[in-house]
Ligand binder design. Structure first.
Ligand code: AGP
Length: 610
């Protein structure tokens, strides 16, 4: 979950590192640090807290160094503090490393290193890497070999970048199960956890593969595997521009990303579903014959991505008439699910780095199941693990709360569901074409919902002081209730729960008291009448009812205190529109309560540990 960055080239390294760390701060922000070579020694500055603390601390520092490494931390081993902040140095103080991930065998390694005379200064697992690399340098290895040999001794997940003041013209990185991307400039090179720090300088990148190490110097890039075998670098161009990674005039990334959803959805559909009803999903690597051989689908994911899976289950089962099971990835991998070559396992992860989802896909492959993943990050770990990949094309999502990546995941899942229903002959071509036409209307309808933001804000500000919220829904509205509650609690720290409305009477209704806000997802569906009865029951007990409802739905108007209006669409596609008022509600409650929606406490964007 930490963010790491490295630079070597003609520029002054410090501003490149600090700017890079700012753009990586969403990955973790409990401490930050940089290491830069200066006159044969390393200058290391570290601070507890956000990157701004580090920026203030380096204000007077010399700016003449042309290489360096930096880190912003999300603590996993060792409390958040300055002494546990990265970079970590070896015993000489000349060599330093930054690390993202978890070293599972750090206790044993530390004991061996201490027995060999190494002195440790932190409580982190990461510091063992500095001393291991030092041991290999002392044994005569150059920095690239030392890092690769050290990497071979580590168990766990890691991306590492190392620098040695005795050879300031090079930095070295290596990765296993944690992301690391190289940026190729003109005589200058970058290493980072994702592309955001590179975009101001270059769009040409090399995605380091698992088990590769790279040395970057003004002379160029050298890549080897952990055995030392040379690999030719294979570069690609990033389509995202710098502006896409910035706030574009919005006060927060989350609000910007909510407003980007119509564009993101168009990008997701473009080239895959045309208005005449044609579907092109070659990237799935699943022929109609392959699909005919699938008798069951498992969906695995975490958090909001799991909610995307729940939404998709309704569509898959209704359109394609195929059984779908869905699990949170952390449960799936440990419960011995029954898989076979006839099973398709669909993994959903916006980051493509979520440890549990990645492990679930690996498990599925070991059981000979077919695998497809849906992710937003090209080159992410999960994209390299599956038989087929559907990219969401949402663009970078910086806010910790998933918004545009969630709606585009749902769109990808619907395309997959339509592909299945077509291949299985479960939905007529006319009916499928109608769904696709409705789907193509969604971006414009989303714009309509977004234009009503001030109404959502007014409702949110009125209810912001509430101590708890309940969200209820039926059918496809049920996972939306769970998502509405998750979004609210993660960014505004208000207690919120999402329930199937039919379950209210089995317990949750006891929570209802005078004025408790109950948010009902009450758009048109085959079960709207039943949902309205559940709303009545809550209203009779004094709840304040907020409904997400379609324009002119008189039945809902009668029971709702407040209505957040969305345009009419087909029942199964309604999540695409209903999610927007729920996201805006969470955002405005968070703002009204003085919370930072982009950087909620205790959370990180990418959860690369179990
Ligand atoms: C969503 O708002 C959350 N931040 C979180 O639940 C997220 O969806 C989850 O961690 C899964 O992440 P992934 O999609 O990158 O795998």
């Amino acid at each position: 979950m930490c963010g790491i960055v490295g630079y070597v080239g003609d520029r002054s390294a410090l501003p490149v590192l600090l700017e890079g760390l700012k753009s990586l701060e969403y990955r973790g922000y409990d401490s930050a640090g940089v290491a830069l070579p200066l006159d044969g020694c390393l200058e290391v500055v570290r601070r507890a807290g956000k990157v701004d603390e580090l920026i203030a601390a380096t204000a007077g520092s010399a700016n003449g160094q042309h290489s360096g490494i930096g880190h912003t931390r999300w603590a996993t081993c060792g409390e958040p503090s300055e002494s546990n902040a990265h970079p970590h140095r070896d015993c000489t103080g000349n060599l330093a490393i930054v690390h993202n991930g978890i070293i599972e065998n750090h206790v044993q390694l530390r004991q061996e290193l201490v027995a060999g005379g190494h002195v440790f200064h932190s409580a982190t697992d990461s510091e063992v890497v500095a001393h291991l690399v030092e041991a290999h340098v002392n044994a005569g290895a150059d920095l690239l070999d030392a890092v690769r040999l050290a990497a071979r001794e580590l168990h766990g997940s890691f991306a590492i970048v190392a620098i040695d003041a005795r050879n300031p013209g090079a930095i070295v990185g290596a990765r296993v199960d944690a992301p690391l991307v190289l940026g190729l400039g003109d005589g200058e090179y970058f290493l980072a956890s994702d592309v955001a720090p590179l975009l101001p300088y270059t769009r040409r990148v090399v995605w380091l593969a698992d088990g590769e190490a790279a040395q970057l110097s003004p002379a160029g890039v050298r890549i080897v595997d952990l055995e030392g075998v040379e690999h030719a670098p294979s570069s690609s161009e990033i389509a995202w521009d710098r502006e896409a990674a910035e706030k574009a005039g919005f006060p927060d990334f989350m609000l910007k990303e909510i407003h980007e959803q119509p564009r993101a959805l168009r990008d997701t559909l473009r080239g895959r579903a045309d208005a005449s009803g044609e579907l092109t999903l070659d990237e799935l690597a699943l022929s109609p014959e392959d699909i005919a051989g699938v008798d069951k689908i498992f969906i695995v994911a975490c958090g909001s991505s799991y909610h995307a899976g729940l939404v998709a289950k309704y569509a898959f089962e209704r359109w394609a008439r195929i059984p779908v099971e869905i699990d949170v990835a952390s449960e799936f991998r440990y419960r011995d699910p029954v898989l076979s070559p006839k099973t398709l396992v669909v993994g959903i992860s916006q980051s493509g780095e979520t440890a549990d989802t990645l492990a679930a896909i690996r498990y599925a492959r070991r059981q000979q199941a077919r695998t497809v993943v849906i992710t937003n990050v090209v080159g992410s770990s999960i994209s390299r693990e599956a038989d087929g990949v559907l990219y969401t094309h949402a663009g970078p999502e910086i806010g910790v709360a998933a918004t545009k990546t969630l709606t585009t995941q749902i769109a990808c899942l619907w395309l997959l569901g339509l592909w299945f229903s077509w291949a299985r002959g479960a939905l007529s071509p006319e009916a499928a074409a109608e769904v696709i036409a409705d789907l193509w209307r969604c971006p414009e309808q989303m714009e309509e919902v977004l234009a009503d933001d001030s109404r959502v804000r007014e409702v949110a500000e009125r209810f912001a002081p509430a101590e708890g919220f309940l969200f209820i829904g039926r059918g496809v509205g049920y996972p939306l209730a769970m998502e509405g509650a998750l979004k609210l609690k993660e960014i505004s720290y208000v207690h919120a729960e999402g329930f199937a409305a039919g379950e209210m009477k089995h317990g949750p209704i006891a929570l209802i008291d005078k004025g408790v806000p109950v948010v009902a997802i009450a758009t048109h569906s085959r079960v709207l009448g039943k949902l309205i009865s559940n709303i009545e029951e809550a209203r009779a007990r004094g709840a304040s009812i907020v409904c997400v409802a379609q324009k002119g739905d008189e039945r809902v108007l009668e029971v709702a205190g407040d209505v957040l209006v969305v345009p009419q669409t087909a029942e199964l596609l309604s999540p695409m529109l209903d999610l927007i008022p729920l996201q805006l509600l969470a955002y405005h409650v968070a703002k009204a309560r003085g919370c930072d929606p982009d950087r909620p406490r205790n959370l990180a964007k990418s959860v690369t540990v179990e």
